[in-house]
Design a protein around this ligand. Structure first.
Ligand SMILES: *Cc1c(COP(=O)(O)O)cnc(C)c1O
Length: 396
């Protein structure tokens, strides 16, 4: 029979044409499955004697390229890229803990991490306690014989309190408890958890590392390769693994991470000082300002990198907060962070809406409380926008 060559008859036979020159951009390897030359070779791949991919949920080149780059930033080895930041949190908590274990979390963890601690882990018999991470004595008091892990964020959302990391690392070591650090807000530019005694590092890559609000990805790695392997097996089994396309976009974002971080951080410092001078602004929270409650600790921990997040509080209630947001339509009113563009969020109607006003007040959040993720725009444009917003609120 003569072959009639069409794209259909050649399904799965076409390969990239050879080229003696190489692509300078990492190719996107979209294939879900990989064809092995023989059962012997497939056997060798599964046994780890030969390097080779088999099925994308188990691993693919774009995830490995991205993981290796974040490993370099964090000083980790063999890190795992996951389909979201929450998938990374899940891999750490559920991939390493078992029924009967106890875990201590910061009481201002990311909202979904809090929910997992409060609702989901207990359903599986994992006990949890939530404690203020600025108070190391309270963390130590929460430790039980069954405690296996402490999970904290260095800078809390949205009040930007700074955890007592040095004391917490000592406590974790003294009690033989894993210290897991969600480093999303601080990023390795400001804080490298492994340099300060952490056992596990977690990221929402979605935020500053990828930086363009066009991918949802996470990353997790442990200092001990056996723990990383346990998390990897759990992530593969439960399908927490990422798509090639998203990994490729995040890799592209990473090329400019340092530049974006520096610019956004400089903008944040300038904007924080500007806001403090505006009418109707009751309070500005930025760890780099000397009036921040944890300024001294932030200085000691973060090497002068106070980050791109600024929170502030205006006088008044919902009428004033509506007026502020409506007067600055150029700034995206959206509850995310780490985007190249500045975003503004209002915890009372978004991230912290399930809390009562009293519970929010306890954390220092009134109706007039806003959080800014400062981007890389011209600072004069940001000042003009926020100046207009504050003036509109003050005029209500
Ligand atoms: C956003 C975020 C997460 C969750 O990440 P996703 O990529 O949205 O799943 C976890 N921790 C922190 C601190 C975050 O800001």
């Amino acid at each position: 029979m003569t072959r009639r060559n069409t794209p259909q008859t050649l399904i799965r036979r076409l390969a990239f044409p050879d080229s003696v020159s190489r692509a300078v951009v990492t190719p996107i390897q979209q294939s879900v499955v990989y064809a092995s030359p023989s059962p012997d070779m497939l056997d060798a791949q599964y046994e780890g004697r030969e390097a080779g991919y088999t099925y994308a949920r188990e691993g693919h080149p774009n995830a490995d390229v991205l993981a290796a780059k974040i490993d370099m930033l964090e000083g980790g080895t063999g890190g795992i890229v996951t389909g979201s930041g929450m998938a990374a949190v899940t891999a750490a908590l559920m991939g390493l803990l078992k029924a009967g274990d106890h875990v201590i979390g910061g009481d201002q963890l990311y909202g979904r991490s809090l929910r997992m601690m409060r609702e989901d882990l207990p359903r599986f018999g994992i006990e949890t306690s939530l404690t203020d991470p600025t108070d190391a004595a309270a963390i130590e008091a929460a430790i039980r014989p069954e405690t296996k892990m402490i999970l904290v964020e260095v800078v809390s959302n949205p009040t930007l309190r700074v955890a007592d990391m040095a004391a917490i690392a000592k406590i974790a070591k003294r009690h033989g408890v894993w210290l897991a650090v969600d480093n999303t807000f601080t990023t390795p530019r400001a804080y490298r958890p492994f340099d300060h005694g952490a056992d596990i590092v977690i990221h929402s890559v979605t935020k500053l590392l990828a930086g363009h609000s066009d991918v949802t990805l996470g990353y997790v790695v442990a200092r001990d390769p056996e723990l990383t392997q346990a998390m990897r097996v759990f992530a593969v089994t439960t399908g927490l693994t990422p798509s090639p396309n998203e990994c490729w976009l995040a890799e592209r974002g990473l090329f400019t991470f340092d530049l974006r971080f520096d610019r956004a951080q400089a903008n944040a410092a300038a904007l924080a000082d500007f806001l403090a001078e505006q009418p109707g602004v009751a309070r500005v929270l930025y760890p780099g300002r000397s009036d921040h409650p944890d300024h001294a600790r932030a200085k000691a921990l973060l090497g002068g990198n106070f980050g791109n997040m600024v929170s502030f509080e205006i006088e008044g209630g919902r009428a004033q907060t509506n007026a502020l947001v409506e007067a600055m339509p150029e700034v995206a009113f959206a509850p995310t962070l780490g985007d190249v563009g500045t975003t503004l969020s209002h915890p009372a109607t978004s991230s912290h809406r399930v809390m009562t006003p009293e519970q929010r007040a306890e954390l220092g959040m009134s109706e007039g409380f806003f959080r800014i993720s400062v981007g890389i725009e011209e600072i004069e444009i940001l000042k003009a926008d926020f100046g207009a917003g504050c003036a509109a609120a003050a005029a209500v």
